[in-house]
Design a binder for this molecule. Structure first.
Ligand SMILES: Cc1ncc(COP(=O)(O)O)c(C=O)c1O
Length: 378
């Protein structure tokens, strides 16, 4: 098998057979001419069902994650929703992290629960606690690792064993790590989820999501739901994500380099009470992170000794770190999770601390990033 960077640039992306175009064209078409009734060219019939630009992305991400099938959606949430509707039915139970992306929590608690799915939250850092949360009707164990926004680390191999014993699927949201830094399917996960809006796209110019599976029967089931529900990635969006994937490896190395320098600055700063980064030897998940990640990525969270207002003030004072939601683009972003991305978790078991600030460290000149954070912290 080719190396990661080679797969990112070539998997699913042979030059166009008709023109030789080296870059996969954007097939902006809803339908396809048939050679006689039922005579489909390479299986293409209607673009909700399949589109060649989307196919290229789906094959590429499957190759990067080491899966047998990839499926691309209009957003990360569309991918998650399609997955949950495909693998759960009313009466089933799902274990979710007690520290998860707020939108995932909202989908489970506000959409899946009224439909008849029950859920429990467990700390992803504690495989025994996840095992204890399993019930006879548990069909899915869902984890993010590292988590958003607390950067907790789940032991994927240990949780895969818990899921196997429970007869449940292990779903890993690999958005923060990306397949360059961590490959959950090789560690025993059944499904990988991405918000490709983030590092996979990498340029903050597209919203998208993917699912990748290790089992082709599950892949067929998800493809059936993808077509039936219809929340697919359009060809322009699929093309942008595919372009992003080509440089994922070099971007993730630079994100990781810059994040390490930012962490050093924060660790020394008297106004910072705690730095959350899996690459720190003192991080509770560091040993597991070393085992399952090649590096630790560009996401860094930290807490302010002076409380919530101090955290909000830092977010308001940066100039190069743009105050905004989302993450994983080439530009650096800062946000206050409690009032922004994770506001929907307020009052729940997933509520995040008010003194928390989250950074998505970009790939700008690192000295400029350090100077900006320094002035914002004061
Ligand atoms: C870890 C994680 N998973 C899923 C999502 C949802 O993806 P999208 O915003 O593309 O729908 C996000 C979005 O922030 C996320 O951070």
């Amino acid at each position: 098998m080719h190396g990661f960077e080679t797969r990112a640039i070539h998997a699913g992306q042979d030059p166009d057979p008709r023109t030789g175009a080296v870059i996969t064209p954007i097939y902006a078409t809803s339908t396809y001419a048939q050679d006689g009734v039922g005579g489909l060219r390479e299986g293409y019939e209607y673009s909700r069902t399949a589109n060649p630009t989307r196919t290229a992305l789906e094959e590429c991400i499957a190759a990067l994650e080491g899966g047998v099938r990839g499926l691309a959606f209009a957003s990360g949430m569309a991918a998650e929703d399609t997955l949950l509707r495909a693998v759960l039915k009313p009466g089933d139970h799902i274990v979710i992290p007690n520290d998860a992306y707020g939108g995932t929590f909202r989908l489970v608690s506000k959409i899946a629960e009224p439909w008849g799915v029950s859920w429990s939250a467990a700390p992803v850092t504690d495989a025994a606690a996840v095992r204890a949360a399993v019930r006879p009707e548990t069909k899915v164990i869902w984890v993010e690792t590292p988590t958003n926004p607390l950067l907790s680390v789940a032991d994927i191999a240990a949780l895969a064993a818990v899921a196997r014993d429970a007869g449940a699927l292990l779903v890993v949201d690999n958005t923060f790590a990306t397949p360059y830094l961590q490959q959950p399917l090789a560690l025993g996960a059944d499904v990988v989820v991405h918000s490709t809006t983030k590092y996979c796209g990498g340029h903050s110019d597209v919203v998208g999501g993917v699912l990748v599976v290790a089992d082709s029967a599950l892949g067929d089931e998800l493809a059936y739901h993808q077509n039936a529900i219809g929340a697919v990635a359009g060809p322009f969006d699929a093309w942008l994500v595919l372009r992003g994937l080509k440089t994922l490896a070099v971007r993730m190395d630079r994100h990781s380099d810059n994040a390490e320098r930012v962490v050093q600055l924060l660790e020394r700063h008297p106004r910072v009470s705690q730095v959350l980064y899996p690459g720190l030897p003192g991080h509770p998940g560091h040993d597991v992170a070393v085992k399952q990640m090649s590096r630790f990525g560009g996401m860094v969270s930290f807490r302010l000794a002076d409380g919530e207002q101090a955290a909000v003030d830092v977010c308001n004072r940066t100039k190069l770190f743009t105050l905004g939601e989302s993450l994983g683009g080439i530009e650096s972003l800062i946000e206050h999770p409690g009032r922004m991305t994770h506001a929907s978790t307020a009052g729940s078991v997933l509520e995040v601390p008010g003194d928390l600030v989250r950074l998505s460290v970009g790939i700008e000149t690192v000295e400029d990033l350090l100077a900006d954070l320094g002035q914002a912290l004061g």
